[in-house]
Design a protein around this ligand. Structure first.
Ligand code: C2E
Ligand code: MG
Ligand code: MG
Ligand code: MG
Length: 252
C-alpha cells in the first residue's frame, strides 16, 4: 500500500483502501495484544455418534472476546494466517489444551504454518497420551508437511482431514497421508435434500472411507432433514448446530 502511495501520488490514493488497511492494522494489533495477555478462549463443539447422539470427541474452536461478544475464529483466523500470527495463536491454543481434562477426545485445528514451525513438535509432545487429534485441511498438505505428520502419528496423535472436498481435494491425499478420520465439507451437507449430486458425493465418499478404514464425519448439520438423510446414507458421525453449537469449555 505504501508503494502505491509513492508511485501514484497521494492525490490518487484510495481512501477506502486506506480505511480497510487501517482496520486490518488495528485488528491485528488488538489480536496480538489479546494473545499476549491470554485473553483468547477455547470453545468446544461436539462430534456426535448419530445413533446415540453422544459426543465421541470435542473440536476446539478459538474465540476472541471483543466488542461485547465472542468473535468466531472465522472472523480473525484469515488475518492471522496472512500475517503469520497464526503460529503464536496455535501454540497458545495447544498450551491451553494441555490444561484440559482428559474427559474428552480433543480435536485441535492446526495451520500449515504451525506444522512447519520449529517449536511445534516440542509443544505438541506435551499433549501425548491425552487422546488429542489434529485437524488439518487439504491446503496444508500442499506445503511439505509429510514428515511432521508422520512424526505426529508416531507420537500417538490422530490426524483428521478437515473440510474434505472443498479445496485441493485429491483422492491421492487419502492414500498418501496417515489420516484416521475425514470430515466432509459442510457444503455437501447443505446439499442434502436439495442437490442429488451432493447425495452422490456423500454416498460414494462413505464407501471409499470404509474401504480405506477411515472414519467419516459430516460437518455443518443444521436440520433434522439433513440428519435423516445422513442416517439413511449410513453415516455414523456428524457435527453441526443441530447437535450442539460451540460453547465455552469449562476449565479452559
Ligand atoms: P473448521 O475447523 O472447519 O470448523 C467449523 C466451523 O464451522 C467453525 O467456525 C464452527 O463454529 C462452524 N460450524 C459448526 N457447525 C456449524 C453448522 O452447523 N453450520 C454452520 N454454518 N457453521 C458451523 P469458526 O469457529 O468460526 O472456525 C472457522 C475456522 O477457523 C475453522 O473451520 C478452522 O479452520 C479455523 N480455526 C478455528 N480454531 C482454530 C485454531 O485454534 N487454530 C487454527 N489454525 N484454526 C482454527
Ligand atoms: Mg476443524
Ligand atoms: Mg471443518
Ligand atoms: Mg473450515
Amino acid at each position: 500500500l505504501r508503494e502505491a502511495k509513492k508511485g501514484r501520488g497521494i492525490a490518487y490514493f484510495n481512501r477506502e483502501l486506506e480505511a480497510a488497511y487501517m482496520e486490518r492494522v488495528e485488528v491485528l494489533a488488538a489480536l496480538e495484544e489479546a494473545l499476549r495477555e491470554g485473553r483468547l478462549i477455547l470453545f468446544g463443539q461436539p462430534i456426535v455418534d448419530l445413533s446415540t447422539l453422544e459426543a465421541v470427541a470435542t473440536e476446539v474452536l478459538v474465540r476472541w472476546p471483543r466488542e461485547g461478544g465472542f468473535w468466531p475464529a472465522g472472523a480473525f483466523i484469515p488475518l492471522a494466517e496472512e500475517t503469520g500470527l497464526i503460529r503464536e495463536l496455535d501454540l497458545y491454543v495447544l498450551r491451553r489444551v494441555e490444561t484440559l481434562p482428559e474427559s474428552s477426545v480433543w480435536h485441535v485445528n492446526l495451520s500449515p504454518q504451525t506444522l512447519r514451525d520449529p517449536r511445534f513438535l516440542e509443544v505438541a509432545s506435551r499433549l501425548r497420551g491425552k487422546g488429542v487429534r489434529f485437524e488439518i485441511t487439504e491446503y496444508a498438505l500442499a506445503q511439505g508437511v509429510e514428515e511432521v505428520l508422520k512424526e505426529l502419528v508416531e507420537m500417538g496423535f490422530g490426524l483428521v482431514l478437515d473440510d474434505f472436498g472443498q479445496g485441493y481435494a485429491s483422492l491421492n491425499t487419502l492414500i498418501q497421508h496417515p489420516f484416521c478420520m475425514v470430515k466432509m465439507d459442510r457444503g455437501f451437507t447443505a446439499g442434502l435434500g436439495q442437490n442429488p449430486k451432493s447425495h452422490a458425493v456423500l454416498r460414494a465418499s462413505l464407501s471409499l472411507a470404509r474401504e480405506l478404514g477411515l472414519e467419516l464425519v459430516a460437518e455443518g448439520v443444521e436440520t433434522e432433514v439433513q440428519r435423516d438423510w445422513l442416517l439413511r446414507l449410513g453415516y455414523r458421525f456428524a457435527q453441526g448446530y443441530l447437535f450442539g453449537t460451540p460453547q465455552p469449555i469449562s476449565g479452559s
